[in-house]
Write a protein that binds this ligand. Sequence first.
Ligand code: HEM
Length: 152
Amino acid sequence: MSGAAHDVAAMEASLVAVADAGVDVRHALFDRFFAVFPDRRASFMIVDASSRRMTDETLQMMLGLAKGEGWVWPLVAELVFTHRAYGPLPIAEYDAFIDMTVEELGTASGAGWSAAAAAAWRRQAEALKAMIRQARAEWESAMPVGTPQPAG
Ligand code: HEM
């Protein structure tokens, strides 16, 4: 198995462990996110709906990156563009949300969490953070008006 295939296997094993445990990661994840960024709570009209999609898509993007899926880049580019509607989100909040997603997944998978899974998710988390930075930079140069500033 290649390094990427190892990542995919370890990541899928932890997703199965969380499904088996019957834990819905989004609850602890959003509680934590709002505890650290309380001002963001008001931006969410329907947390129940958005927390499902934000959590699921963040996990899918990381898994997609490990699999080398071509749809990840257009989805990330669209995400960064549509999230302009929620104000100029600092890049640190994207980073924090991604890190918290991985950490809460680890907590939820309990004994199913392995060093290999932790390393694989962290590796793909860094790849997703880099892709978000790239998308923001490209939008900023293509459409400067209203684009969140990279320093923000
Ligand atoms: C990798 C990171 C993220 C992903 C994949 C993601 C994905 C999504 C998705 C799929 C939606 C639902 C959009 C819809 O149904 O039309 C959403 C909504 C939203 N996201 Fe994110 N998001 C991310 C990070 C963030 C961050 C860091 C914030 C900062 C606060 C944020 C704030 C919001 C808000 C305010 C909404 C709308 C909620 C509502 O109207 O109820 N997102 N996001």
